[in-house]
Design a protein around this ligand. Structure first.
Ligand code: N01
Length: 537
């Protein structure tokens, strides 16, 4: 192998990129991190829209590997908001001294595997010009939600007011005063934007353009005191042991079991108790929720009843009830006041399933009925090309000149979601085929990066030049990922998790839903057996 600029290039300075760079550097490798933004944070660097907040409990949405980090950081709320999470990312970066490994404001524009020299050539673009770096290993820590979807709505560019994409929110303060604001999209991001502006900002009128109603669970957010954090930290090691052996990587699961045989009264009593606990994982303990249609429908009926209690206008309440998909097939909102907002006389739901958007014009949004909703500001909270989007934007070219987009034209495949055959020495984090987007992504990332860095260290100590997935291992894993989700209800719905929100995207489920605990055991056994499924030369 010829000499390279670096042993490893890590793309992205989110959680996975920072931790990968840290672990590989500690393993004695020379590392260059490349990040498009001006600082660390990844998702939490870009998604600074009003109301952006984590829906996993803060004490659980944290790194566990370093006592120095968790011992010196205190969260201020049960669910931290974006500014605090971004501060945490900076804190982590400082403690790991990781910025020194990265070049910022530089975009990776491709990656090509040089077979004869067994290295990756990685072109970048920045204000300093174009550079091509070479490395033995390429780690794509590009994040599952980093390529936004720009909706195909006619006339968007003709709008003369302010327009913002939720995931590319400006760093400067936005003024909502006396403005007529339209939010398009009612997924987690759109509902958070509507809740924040509707509750905390002064505005003239607020319109939520809803194509598909979404489920929501009570957050029960509250401040965390120093005493709360002291208490958490006292039990942190045991806490993390439990987290690692949990299915979702979060520790607010209340084991309930199947609800199939409960009477309606028993079920409503149980749901009332779960509601009081709050949090996004209160339903995780219902073991037949995503396995049994009737159980799923009965829980949905409780959620609908909750909305009907909170929204005064019965017709409006009906429009807000999610009925077209199973609970669990989309990410539900973790909310405190979303539905009540529609009781105000200047907050409106625009049901665009009933009266679709035809076009955006200079002054606002025109609907099929001919109605023109005049606006001063449009917020597009229209989602992401999830899972594969950022990887395919780089579109690495592997062995025999085959691009990833070519290999994945009928759907992604990989071994363990960390590597794909034909792309030697290339690893991915939080990628399709791993638990990532259907789990506590931070717990999942920490486990994957620990595993990957040990694997790379073992290749280095064996003086290996090239590592590649073997085709049979990839086929088996891809089948296992599909079989696992196909045995549930959630693969049936058209969601971003199957790529349904991006025209032409192959319909393949984007995550391994067997649980972070099961995935960890599988990865550990692969390591113990000296990595069968990989070929090291
Ligand atoms: O995106 P989404 P998101 N015209 O795809 C609508 C994570 N996240 O950014 O459902 C009109 O869920 C679309 O309508 P429909 C989380 O993992 C986490 O909200 O296709 N509407 C939908 O309502 C989540 O899963 C947090 O009918 C259009 C919305 O836009 C992931 O990010 C917070 C449209 C897109 O919803 C993505 O969530 C926020 C069009 N042309 C996000 N195109 C946490 O709390 C799309 N829509 C951690």
């Amino acid at each position: 192998m010829s000499s390279t600029d670096y042993d490893a290039i890590v793309v992205g300075a989110g959680w996975a990129g920072m931790y990968s760079a840290y672990k590989l550097r500690n393993a004695g490798l020379t590392v260059l991190g490349i990040e498009k933004g001006s600082d660390v944070g990844g998702t939490w660097y870009w998604n600074r829209y009003p109301g952006a907040r984590c829906d996993i409990p803060s004490v659980n949405y944290s790194f566990s590997f370093s006592e120095e980090i968790w011992g010196n950081w205190n969260w201020s709320e049960r669910y931290a908001a974006q500014p605090e999470i971004e501060r945490y990312a900076h804190f982590v970066a400082d403690r790991l001294d990781i910025r020194s490994a990265f070049t910022f404001d530089a975009e990776v524009t491709g990656a090509v595997y040089d077979e004869s020299n067994r290295c990756w050539r990685v072109p970048t673009s920045s204000s300093d010009g174009q550079h091509v770096y070479t490395s033995k290993y390429l780690i794509l820590a590009t994040g599952p939600y980093s390529k936004p979807v720009h909706p195909a709505i006619e006339g968007l560019s003709s709008f003369t007011g302010e327009m913002y994409l939720s995931s590319q929110w400006p760093r400067e303060a936005v003024d909502y005063t006396d403005k007529r604001i339209g939010v398009i999209g009612t997924g987690s991001s759109g509902m958070q934007v509507v809740t924040q502006i509707g509750t905390h900002e002064s505005f003239d009128e607020l319109f939520a353009f809803q194509r598909t109603p979404n489920y929501a669970l009570p957050a029960g957010n509250r401040p965390l005191s120093e005493d709360d954090m002291r208490e958490v930290k006292r039990g942190y090691p045991e806490f993390w042991d439990k987290v690692r052996t949990s299915g979702s990587g979060t520790l607010c699961e209340v084991p309930v079991g199947p609800i199939k045989d409960l009477t309606d009264e028993e079920l409503f009593e149980l749901m009332d108790q779960l509601w009081k606990i709050g949090g996004p994982a209160i339903l995780n303990g219902i073991s037949d929720l995503v396995l049994d249609e009737e159980s799923n429908r009965r829980v949905a009926a409780y959620l609908h009843a909750d909305i009907r209690r909170r929204v005064k206008d019965p017709d409006l309440a009906e429009k807000l009830c999610a009925k077209t998909h199973f609970i669990g097939s989309r990410r539900h909102l973790n909310e405190d006041h979303y539905f009540e907002l529609f009781n105000y006389d200047n907050v409106y739901l625009v049901d665009i399933a009933e009266d679709p958007i035809v076009r955006v014009v200079e002054t606002g949004v025109e609907l099929e009925s001919g109605r023109l909703i005049e606006l001063d500001m449009i917020v597009l909270a229209t989602g992401f090309d999830s899972g594969t989007g950022a990887l395919l934007a780089i579109d690495p070219v592997g062995r025999d000149g085959v691009a990833l987009s070519e290999k994945w034209q009928d759907g992604h495949n990989s071994y363990l979601g960390v590597a794909t055959q034909g792309f030697p020495n290339m690893f991915m984090t939080a990628a399709p085929g791993s638990p990532s987007i259907r789990a506590n992504v931070l717990v999942s990332i920490e486990q994957q990066v620990d595993w990957l860095s040990e694997f790379v260290a073992s290749i280095e100590s064996a003086a290996g030049d090239e590592v590649e997935v073997a085709a049979p291992a990839e086929e088996l894993w891809t089948k296992h990922v599909a079989d696992t989700v196909n045995s549930t209800l959630i693969a049936r719905d058209d969601t971003q998790y199957v790529g349904a929100n991006v025209p032409g995207k192959p319909r393949v489920y984007l995550a391994y839903i067997g649980g972070v605990n099961v995935y960890r055991i599988i990865c550990e056994s692969v390591a113990e057996d000296r990595y069968p499924g990989f070929r090291v030369l």
